[in-house]
Design a protein around this ligand. Structure first.
Ligand SMILES: Nc1ncnc2c1ncn2[C@@H]1O[C@H](COP(=O)(O)OP(=O)(O)O)[C@@H](O)[C@H]1O
Ligand SMILES: [Mg+2]
Length: 353
């Protein structure tokens, strides 16, 4: 790796009260880069065997956070604990963790076997043991038939699995993956995603996956930590995150939402709290023959097994997901609004489920 921020001796930890969780615990993690608080105080507990995704838009500090957890980047504040042990002052090779890098970072001149064996060789693991462990790791990721191939001779998905094998061969307590699927095409992404989850559950490894892709996070995670501007906005299980996004940012980042405004507000039957913004998911907007509000169908976008229908009433617009035959553009329809989310100054203050 050519990262200039790589450090041999990270600064000693500034805190002494180390959480006793047997998984991973981050407390007050900070990093300033280029005069900006790129990571501005991250607290996160990942239970042993749990998979937590760090989800957020590009530039929000995910990679920086993961590199501090792995030990490739010194913290400017806070602690990293693994298995109840403070590892903040330790370099990456002395932490019980392994990281899969976004670009895989495979050695092109080495075979698949040599790549996977590399971390064991640098740790001076006995030769016979290396052979056994590498074989088992390649078997686990289904790459035995490519054991003697060079990385350049295999596909992107296979390269990703080599990188994964190189991490799990180290038998880490904590597995860290940075955007593991971002270089793969859509179809492959789903199969490698399922593969990662299967292996993670089978081995019971405490895992953190960094991603900007909500589908990826929603489908593999036990819990998701949504990051925004160097902070975590909410940590919750996927279903909870979707049903009750704690902030306006989380609501707009996960799934789609429309702001209910103007004439459409009359269709909200149960405003359970006072707020300055009412949001609705498209699946909670239904077209009915006779509704509290009448709207015009202004656009229909086919999205596969459902259509996204854009509805207009006066100046206001609302989106609805319609399964079955979509309405005709230009027609009018009644609109009913089910569950809503009510925000005040960007914070969830109420709603209906
Ligand atoms: N070495 C660096 N010097 C200055 N700024 C950096 C450096 N590394 C990252 N950054 C900035 O920190 C922010 C967060 O980066 P990163 O952690 O890579 O975000 P993410 O992985 O969420 O896309 C970005 O705005 C990035 O430009
Ligand atoms: Mg990144």
């Amino acid at each position: 790796m050519t990262d200039t921020t790589l450090v041999a001796e990270p600064a000693p930890s500034l805190q002494t009260d180390i959480p006793t969780t047997d998984g991973l615990a981050l407390r007050g993690l900070r990093k300033t880069l280029g005069g900006r608080d790129v990571v501005a105080g991250i607290d996160l507990d990942v239970a042993k065997g749990e998979l937590v995704s760090l989800l957020g838009p590009s530039g929000c500090g995910k990679t920086t956070t993961l590199r501090m957890v792995a030990g490739f980047l010194a913290v400017d504040g806070g602690t990293v604990a693994m298995g109840g042990r403070d590892v903040t002052p330790l370099g990456p090779e002395r932490r019980p963790s392994a990281m899969v890098f976004q670009n895989y970072a495979l050695w092109p001149h080495m075979t698949v076997t040599q790549n996977v064996a590399f971390p064991l060789r640098t740790r001076r693991v006995p030769k016979a043991q290396i052979a056994d462990r590498v074989r088992a790791a390649l078997d686990l990721v289904g790459l035995t038939h490519h054991a003697t191939s060079k990385p350049t001779a295999i596909s992107g998905g296979e390269q990703q699995r080599v990188a994964l094998a190189r991490a799990i061969v180290q038998e880490p307590d904590v597995l860290l993956l940075d955007e593991p699927l971002s270089n793969l095409d859509a179809k492959l992404r789903v199969s490698v995603r399922d593969e990662i989850r299967r292996i993670q559950q089978r081995l019971g490894i405490t895992t953190v996956i960094v991603t900007h892709d909500q589908d990826e996070a929603l489908s593999v995670s036990d819990r998701i930590a949504v990051m925004h501007d160097g902070r975590i906005e909410q940590v919750a299980a996927p279903a909870e995150l979707y049903a009750a996004p704690a902030t306006r940012f989380v609501a707009s980042f996960i799934g789609s939402t429309s702001t209910v405004s103007g004439a459409f507000l009359a269709a909200v039957t149960t405003p359970s709290a006072a707020g300055d913004e009412v949001l609705v998911r498209p699946e909670a907007v239904t077209l009915v023959a006779d509704g509290p509000v009448t709207a015009t169908v202004s656009r229909v976008l086919m999205r596969g097994h459902f259509a996204e229908v854009v509805l207009t009433a006066g100046e206001s617009e609302l989106r609805s997901f319609v399964t079955g035959p979509p309405p005709v553009v230009g027609s009018t329809t009644g609109v009913r609004i089910g569950a809503v989310l009510v925000y005040s100054s960007g914070v969830l203050v109420g709603g209906t489920r």
